[in-house]
Ligand binder design. Structure first.
Ligand code: BGC
Length: 367
């Protein structure tokens, strides 16, 4: 599959070779040359660089590559967690004449304001990764986010079962309450955990949302959880950043490794925590596929075409609208499968298998 995608990208590069080669490459903030003659410019706004490694590293890299391969000009900017900046960036992109605007909202309110402005200006819109509630985007590209949560819930069940604890207390660190994905993740993991609480296999412990997926706040929240409930035996953390915050607190209390913690995003840190035995699992979402799917739509829209690559629809739970969608499949990763994430080219062996993790890497079959 990956080979296929690379081959496709290579063909795209050949077809627009001269344009891409002559492009003034000013980094991720700039376009790739003058673009193919018939296509307009695409604007992409990413949310922050702190809530997950992906927004500063993976998404911009894969998106830039996809647009460059097609010779379509792209302006990728990051709002750094600032909602005012998010809107200012959008205003700038709209007045600069982008033909397509792709956003990862910081919350549905500001996302919606931006999408509406874009629509008024005749710009096609794509919700990337996060659905903007009542936003009315033309397309939505993401993963099956309920499935992400189910994998996290099942991962925790498997790790806790292996520990053979009796009625272990499970704490839940949810994502940002303003991120529709966090709602979907929770829907997924609670569909697995609630029956376990109900039949007495597990004990329901503290459960809290982490505003803006803020890792530092997650640490404070988890510290309080552990202080008031010393018996916590498992942590459902909604992504690797929140998981690492919990692991840091567990380390301080010499409980790391005894209390399974979940995650998401297959970040370098998350994978290392798994190799060290401090994290139970993560969820790998192939960002390259997500970026490729979204840019394929955006490129068609930039050329004035009506893309047909969206294979399904997502119902906006607020407005009831059906949004044409591409939803990809997430994969659960444990110690045994860390090597698959490396084999897929998402992270390098060098990044994961640093000196501290060399032995664990060998044991996990990473060569
Ligand atoms: C994304 C996750 C990410 C989280 C925090 C979610 O909307 O789907 O991949 O970890 O936001 O940035």
């Amino acid at each position: 599959m990956r080979k296929g995608l690379f081959a496709l990208a290579a063909v795209g590069l050949l077809a627009t070779g001269s344009v891409a080669a002559c492009g003034d490459d000013k980094g991720s903030d700039s376009g790739s040359g003058s673009g193919s003659s018939s296509a307009g410019k695409v604007g992409v706004i990413l949310p922050d660089t702190k809530s997950s490694q992906r927004w500063g590293t993976d998404d911009p890299k894969f998106l830039k590559a996809a647009f460059e391969a097609a010779g379509v000009q792209v302006d990728i900017q990051n709002a750094q967690g600032d909602k005012t900046a998010f809107q200012t960036i959008a205003d700038g992109m709209i007045s600069s004449g982008v033909k397509v605007l792709m956003i990862v909202n910081l919350d549905s309110g500001t996302g919606k304001a931006v999408l509406e402005k874009a629509k008024k200006a005749g710009i096609a819109t794509i919700d990337y990764d996060r659905l903007t509630l009542s936003g009315g985007a033309d397309y939505y590209v993401s993963f099956d986010n309920v499935k992400v949560g189910e994998l996290q819930g099942q991962g925790l069940v498997d790790c806790l079962t292996a520990k053979k604890y009796t009625k272990p207390v499970v704490a839940e660190l949810n994502g940002s309450p303003t991120d529709n994905n966090a709602t979907l993740f929770a829907q997924g993991y609670n569909s697995v955990l609630d029956p376990k609480y109900a039949d007495g296999t597990f004990t329901k412990g503290p459960n809290q949302d982490v505003p803006d997926w803020d890792n530092a706040q997650a640490g404070t929240i988890f510290e309080q959880m552990l202080t008031s409930n010393k018996n916590i035996k498992g942590v459902l953390a909604a992504n690797d950043g929140l998981g690492n915050a919990a692991i840091s607190v567990l380390k301080k209390n010499k409980l790391n490794g005894q209390v399974p913690v979940t995650g998401q995003d297959a970040t370098v840190q998350g994978l290392q925590n798994i190799l060290a035995g401090d994290q139970c699992m993560t969820v790998y979402k192939a960002i390259k596929k997500e970026a490729d799917a979204a840019s394929e739509l955006a490129i068609a829209l930039a050329k004035g075409e009506k893309p047909t690559t969206a294979t399904g629809t997502t119902k906006d739970p607020e407005s009831g609208a059906s949004v044409p969608s591409v939803l990809l499949t997430p994969v659960s990763i444990t110690k045994e499968s860390v090597k698959d994430v490396i084999a897929d080219g998402f992270v390098t062996k060098d990044a994961v298998c640093t000196a501290d993790f060399a032995k664990a890497c060998t044991e996990a079959g990473i060569s």
